[in-house]
Design a protein around this ligand. Structure first.
Ligand code: GDP
Length: 534
């Protein structure tokens, strides 16, 4: 058991001050910029620009990172911890490119809240819709940041209506913009009834921001003679038209507080941090399969939600990202690996501060630790101090793109299989082994996954593979009511059957029509488009 059972009050306090969240957005809406500014306001970095630099040059010596360098995108996902207003903030970065949405989905299973960034010129975009659907699976509370008000953008009221109708979430505006583009003057804080004045520029942290209190303050008329009438009208309209912020509904994922700003100008960023510490929930109870696990429980538990290779080219290792769900991590502790049913020693776990590795002294629920992984950990793995648990909810999604893979040099087939199996376990790609033998099949959610896998197979396993198109439309995981049905089904569909990395039976459909026919023919068989790990 943990050695701190004598200090439950202290642990409660430690847990209560954690905030673990991710930023979700469509590419280019400003996720990276906002991340950078949150770190700046959190005092984690001195100079804005760190995250950007990482995006373009940090991993330049690693081969597979070469892919992302060439594409100018970030496929890596990391964790940053910093303190703000007496709270410990864990910000989980998510890969922005849509091809890596599967990774993003998994990261979202490890957070307690999300900040949604909307580009005010574009409104709700495709990727935002998908990501919000994932948040919805767990009713994750969402804070909305409408970005780029320093540009000519769409009318704020129209944006609010779009968020409500497309994303089916109620909006409670907390700040309201005054003007936009060249005429962006600032935001009106609807709760505090005061104006925060906008001045462009990246070089200030807006503690020194100018504020005017009260809607009828003559100082407002003096400062903004052209805009004040419209502002008063807008405020009246919004307060009449939208429901006030309701903490309960926010925590239930039904309502989102909305803030307007401009991340690049450091404007509106502090309000987001404030909302996180004031409103976003501390680490939440998690479904451990047999029971709900409470974050302040003494025994250490948690799960792996992501595995990443070559985070740092100097180390050339793999890191398992692990969310602590209860108890306390301390270096050298022994834990039970649920899937392998054996003991494991946790030492030298890493935490990630502004993307620098430091060794973690201790951690509690809500914290993310990085565990050096030599193949023993997979996505979805649960570690405990002995109790049999399996945390739920980390999804695999049915791939929609398929390739078969064979080694150009037949002597290297074994090497190819090993490489693919490991990359499959890591979650970089899904790997299927056809019942009938033959080449392994790769399944991806996005095209870029194939390129990353090809580059990594070459760099890390020295295998040059040939990737052929495969005549597969999608995959479905199957569950059967009994053994006899399973045998009959598998015999009939032998040529369309495969096993995933964990040995689960999968049906590979050539097209939607055939899939539908088959589902009608076998009503007793369940076809699943997603599968949970573990
Ligand atoms: P991501 O793809 O969501 O991570 O987006 P980035 O943070 O990389 O931003 C995409 C582009 O929008 C970059 O060129 C940013 O400089 C720009 N950008 C971000 N925030 C703002 C903003 O508040 N105003 C303006 N005008 N541009 C912004």
């Amino acid at each position: 058991m943990s050695n701190d059972t004598a200090f439950p009050a202290e642990r409660l306090r430690e847990v209560a001050r954690r905030r673990t969240f991710a930023i979700i957005s469509h590419p280019d809406a400003g996720k990276t910029t906002l991340t950078e500014k949150l770190l700046l306001f959190g005092g984690a970095i001195q100079l804005a620009g760190t995250v950007k630099a990482r995006k373009s040059s940090r991993h330049a010596t690693s081969d597979w990172m070469e892919v992302e360098k060439q594409r100018g995108i970030s496929v890596t996902s990391s964790v940053m911890q910093f303190e703000y207003a007496g709270h410990v903030i864990n910000l989980l970065d998510t890969p922005g490119h849509e091809d890596f949405s599967e990774d993003t989905y998994r990261v979202l299973t490890a957070v307690d809240a999300a900040v949604m960034v909307i580009d005010a010129a574009k409104g709700v975009e495709a990727q935002t819709i998908k990501l919000l659907e994932v948040c919805r699976l767990r009713n994750t509370p969402i804070i909305t940041f409408v970005n780029k008000l320093d540009r000519e953008v769409r009318e704020p009221i129209e944006l609010i209506e779009e968020i409500e109708s497309v994303l089916k979430i109620d909006c409670a505006p907390i700040t309201w913009p005054i003007g936009m583009g060249k005429h962006f003057r600032g935001v009106w804080h609807l709760q505090r009834a005061r104006l925060m004045r906008f001045t462009p520029g990246e070089d200030k942290v807006s503690a020194q921001q100018e504020v005017i209190e009260g809607l009828n303050n003559p100082a407002l008329d003096a400062a903004f003679p052209d805009e004040v009438a419209r502002l008063r009208g807008d405020v009246e309209l919004i307060q009449g038209a939208s429901a006030p912020f309701d903490l309960k509904r926010f925590l239930a994922g039904e309502q989102t507080p909305v803030f307007f700003g401009s991340a690049i100008n450091n404007f509106g960023v502090q309000e987001i941090l404030q909302a996180l510490v004031e409103w976003a929930p501390p680490p939440q109870p998690r479904d451990g399969g047999t029971r709900m696990v409470q974050p302040a429980e003494p025994a250490f538990t948690g799960f792996v939600f992501k595995i990443q290779a070559n985070m740092d080219p100097k180390h050339r290792d793999r890191i398992a990202f692990f969310r602590i769900c209860s108890g306390r991590y301390s270096s050298g502790m022994k834990v039970s690996h649920m899937r392998l049913k054996r003991e494991m020693k946790l030492s030298n776990a890493l935490t990630f501060m502004a993307n620098e590795r430091v060794h973690m002294a201790d951690g509690v629920a809500g914290d993310i630790i990085g565990i050096h992984n030599h193949g023993q950990l997979q996505i979805g793995d649960t570690l405990t101090e002995g109790e049999v648990l399996q945390f739920k909810g980390i999804p695999y999604f049915a791939p929609e793109l398929f390739r078969s893979a064979r080694s150009r040099d037949p002597m290297k087939s074994k090497q190819l299989q090993k490489g693919l199996r490991e990359l499959g376990e890591e979650g970089a790609i899904q790997v299927f082994e056809p019942f009938s033998g033959g080449d392994l099949l790769l399944g991806a959610v996005g095209q870029l996954q194939f390129e990353v896998v090809a580059a990594r197979l070459q760099a890390e396993y020295k295998v040059d593979a040939i990737y052929d198109a495969a005549d597969i439309y999608t995959a479905r995981w199957l569950t059967f009511p009994d053994e006899a049905t399973r045998r009959n089904f598998e015999n009939e569909q032998y040529n369309r059957m495969a096993k995933d990395v964990d040995g689960n039976p999968v049906y590979l459909a050539t097209n939607r029509y055939n899939l539908n026919i088959l589902m009608e023919k076998w009503p007793q068989v369940a076809f699943h488009a997603t599968r949970e790990h573990g």
